[in-house]
Design a protein around this ligand. Structure first.
Ligand SMILES: O=C(O)c1[nH]c(=O)[nH]c(=O)c1I
Length: 310
């Protein structure tokens, strides 16, 4: 039973990653992930130039079937993550995630990566929904196109993009036609579903302090949106662009569905946060069970082979 996968020519022993932001902010968390034998790779918390505390607490809340968060980009600062991904013994591939507070900062961070001796995968987060006053760049189609054009004038290392969910087939067409113009290593879809709201009935109050309670939605309730985005982008993107499917994975069945829709790799956020790193072992064994019962030996046997109803 082979659960290995690849992003471009980077091989992962198994298809599972943490979703950026989950268990990947501090050295302890990153070392934990590095030593966990059931995730094939790992992604760092999106980094800004400087260390950030992020938004005031409470900024994460578990929901009956998911989560809502308005973390506000808390991170140790770019230099810490660049040092970690360059210096740490790589028991598994790491994806370095960056999220500038502005386009200028995004470009500056990417220049630093280009000029560094880091040779691994980089992911530009164009979809953080929780920085007060900062729109999700990937909802600005023209702005994203202009930015990617500027980036690929100087950035020659593997670069992927973390996308927000889209909800309109024309928007899938638009973003895919932009992304297809650039030599991207991958897209990671989806980020949390931006600016959801949860209400505590007893207190008649929101559950998050920042932004009056608005926050990104993740976990089980995000699965249908995540599957749609993986499927729609797989159908539209050049085959040279790999896809990391993120969103709503709580069981092996959900991971199986992401692969059927076309994902090369699958990242898990809320469920790992709620259950701990043991979720990787559980979901890996559940996926193996399903593959076994269907006579599949590798992910290629069923990747992207979702059937429609004729
Ligand atoms: O609030 C956050 O830190 C955060 N939260 C998310 O749900 N997605 C993101 O990309 C980010 I940068």
């Amino acid at each position: 039973m082979d659960l290995s996968s690849k992003i471009q020519n980077v091989k992962f022993e198994n298809l599972f990653l943490n979703a950026s932001g989950i268990h990947c902010q501090t050295k302890e968390e990153l070392d934990d992930l590095m030593n966990n034998s059931y995730s094939g790779g790992m992604v760092t918390k999106s980094a800004t130039s400087n260390h950030r505390f992020g938004n005031p607490l409470p900024r994460y809340h578990s929901l009956p079937s998911g989560s809502i968060n308005s973390m506000g980009l808390p991170n140790e600062g770019f230099d810490f993550y660049l040092d970690y991904v360059t210096r740490t013994e790589q028991k598994k591939p790491i994806i370095l995630s960056v999220a500038g507070m502005s386009k200028e900062e995004d470009l500056e961070l990417l220049h630093q990566i280009q000029d560094s001796d880091y040779q691994g995968l980089t992911e530009l987060n164009l979809s953080c929904p929780n920085v007060i006053g900062k729109p999700q760049m990937a909802y600005d189609f023209q702005g994203s196109d202009i930015m990617l054009n500027e980036i690929f004038k100087f950035f020659k290392k593997p670069l992927g993009i973390k996308l927000p969910p889209y909800f309109d087939l024309v928007h899938f067409d638009k973003i895919a036609s932009i992304l297809n113009q650039y030599p991207l290593s991958h897209v990671n879809t989806i980020n949390s579903i931006g600016n959801g709201m949860w209400v505590d009935i007893e207190s008649e109050k929101v559950v998050l302090k920042p932004k009056g309670g608005f926050g990104g939605i993740g976990g089980a309730m995000a699965l249908p949106t995540a599957l749609a985005n993986v499927r729609a982008l797989r159908q539209r993107l050049n085959s040279s662009i790999d896809i990391i499917g993120t969103g709503g994975v709580t069981t092996g069945r959900d991971a199986f569905a992401h692969i059927l829709c076309g994902a090369n790799m699958v990242s898990i956020g809320t469920q790992v946060y709620e259950e701990g790193l043991g979720a990787f072992e559980r979901i890996t064994s559940e996926l193996k069970e399903i593959m076994n019962s269907k006579g599949y030996h590798s992910l290629d046997d069923f990747r992207g082979k979702l059937k429609t109803i004729e």
